[in-house]
Design a protein around this ligand. Structure first.
Ligand code: PLP
Length: 462
């Protein structure tokens, strides 16, 4: 028997190496060497590994642990609900109390256009399955309306919408398609509003005009009568923390409205305060027909997602019963009572501690500090962000931007060097970008430590 925490760490690492099939991992390397970090505790903005090393989690897990780790308010709500009613399904009009209360609360807070108020919530378990459900809703809606050809979905390159067959297809990152025969032919991608690579040196007006023109051309090529919806993250997360130019959403929404194309807002990262507003749609004046929420809804204490459906879409879907009978979609865990109780406690905590305002204030400080640390750096192509989400993209050449050879693994090496300095960040796929998306409760001194570690790590690598 091995002694002490180092021995225990080696045991767990070995079990993981031998038996765990990891997502988004170079599998052969993992089998040889095991995980770089085995975490066993979390509190506030900190994680601790099995050997007792402490880290600031500058990513809030995967952009999701928004209220921070280890909050008793959430743990108690989960335990109480498990003891009171651990499970209840929602098929055939069965219901339980917590999901009903949560639905009402989400409809009350959801961003709505006066012309199409939000009406109903369908619960799932993850952002991926919720976006998959959105596609099914769009297809069903157009079938009910007697336009079975209006089914294609437009997404954006570099967008991230998850990993189910449809959601991975909508995701605009080649690494999620390779080897999986994706995307399926129903999915189209248009240009990402990524100024560094798609609009370098352009004004907001010129860049917006170019992006709108790209979208118009795609719609003209395919035929508007074949396109059911467009899906967008208000601020793109995993694809690079990409903030669109001014005027972009107003112009894009005009195009969609003209062609009777529904808009799905993927609020999985932005929702519940990340941008310093309750929803990304509030922050950027987006008026969607369908909204996807997950992650921050429970601060990832329990898996839960939702599709929020506007009144006109809902009314059409209800009419589907005349053609198709009972609505034939739903998960065992749709409207899970523990998930709903967790979400309610999480929303209470966000409200009682003014965390949305706090995310905005800490975000402003983060962007100030990132600019101080990286503005003059010769290999920084762009510093981006909005609210409490930020990124630094490194380039081989700055004036006419040129990317590093991916084989150099610049961003992954910076992230590894940050871990040595006690800070967990993420290298985003498909570019040398490192991301920052800490829990809303992070303080200024911790932000200083994160940014200092990032600059120091970058200097150690380049
Ligand atoms: N949509 C967005 C914007 C996301 O960032 C993610 C996950 O990172 C997803 C969807 C997929 O969510 P999940 O991983 O819970 O399936």
């Amino acid at each position: 028997k091995m002694a002490g925490s180092a021995g225990a760490a080696a045991d767990v690492s070995d079990l993981d190496r031998r038996y765990s099939f990891h997502p988004f991992t170079m599998l052969a390397e993992h089998e040889r060497s095991g995980p770089p970090l085995v975490i066993s505790r979390g509190s506030g903005v900190h994680l601790e590994d099995v050997t007792g090393r402490r880290f600031i989690d500058a990513m809030a897990g995967l952009w999701c642990v928004n209220v921070g780790y280890g909050r008793d308010e959430l743990a108690n709500a989960m335990r109480d609900q498990a003891a009171t009613l651990s499970y209840c399904h929602a098929f055939s009009s069965m219901a339980s109390d917590m999901p009903a209360v949560l639905s009402a609360r989400l409809i009350e807070m959801a961003p709505s256009a006066a012309s199409s108020p939000m009406s109903k919530v369908f619960f799932g378990n993850s952002g991926s399955d919720a976006n998959d459900t959105q596609v099914k809703l769009v297809w069903y809606y157009n079938n009910v309306l007697g336009r079975p050809q209006k089914k294609k979905i437009i997404a954006r390159s570099r967008g991230y919408h998850g990993v189910t067959v449809m959601s991975a297809g909508m995701t605009g990152l080649p690494g999620l398609h390779a080897g999986f025969d994706l995307p399926l032919p129903h999915i189209l991608h248009t240009t990402a509003p990524h100024r560094l690579w798609e609009g370098h040196g352009m004004s907001d007006e010129a860049f917006t005009a170019k992006l709108v023109d790209d979208l118009e051309q795609l719609i003209a090529r395919e035929g508007a009568d074949t396109i059911g919806a467009m899906i967008m993250e208000p601020v793109m997360g995993a694809g690079g923390v990409i903030v669109p130019p001014r005027g972009y959403y107003a112009a894009i929404q005009d195009v969609l409205a003209r062609h009777d194309i529904l808009l799905i807002a993927d609020e999985v990262i932005c929702g519940f305060g990340r941008l310093g507003h309750m929803f990304g749609c509030d922050a950027l004046d987006i008026r969607p027909d369908l909204i996807t929420v997950a992650k921050g809804l429970t601060s990832a204490y329990y898996p839960l997602s939702g599709c929020i459906v506007s009144e006109p879409v809902w009314e059409t879907i209800v009419k589907g019963g005349e053609h198709y009978g009972a609505f034939g979609h739903g998960y065992t865990y749709t409207a899970h009572p523990i998930a709903a109780a967790t979400a309610l406690a999480n929303l209470d905590l966000i409200a009682s501690e003014n965390m949305v305002e706090r995310a905005g204030a800490m975000g402003a400080y983060l962007h100030e500090r990132l600019a101080d640390a990286f503005d003059d750096h010769p290999l920084v192509g762009e510093i981006r962000g909005f609210g409490l989400i930020g990124a630094v993209e490194f380039v081989a050449r700055r004036d006419t931007p040129r990317a590093f050879d991916p084989a150099l693994k610049v961003a992954p090496r910076i992230v590894a060097a940050m871990i040595e300095r006690g800070v967990i960040s993420r290298a985003l796929p498909n570019a040398d970008t490192i991301a920052f998306s800490p829990p809303f409760i992070i303080g200024k001194r911790e932000i200083d430590a994160v940014v200092h570690a990032a600059r120091d790590a970058a200097d150690s690598v380049m």
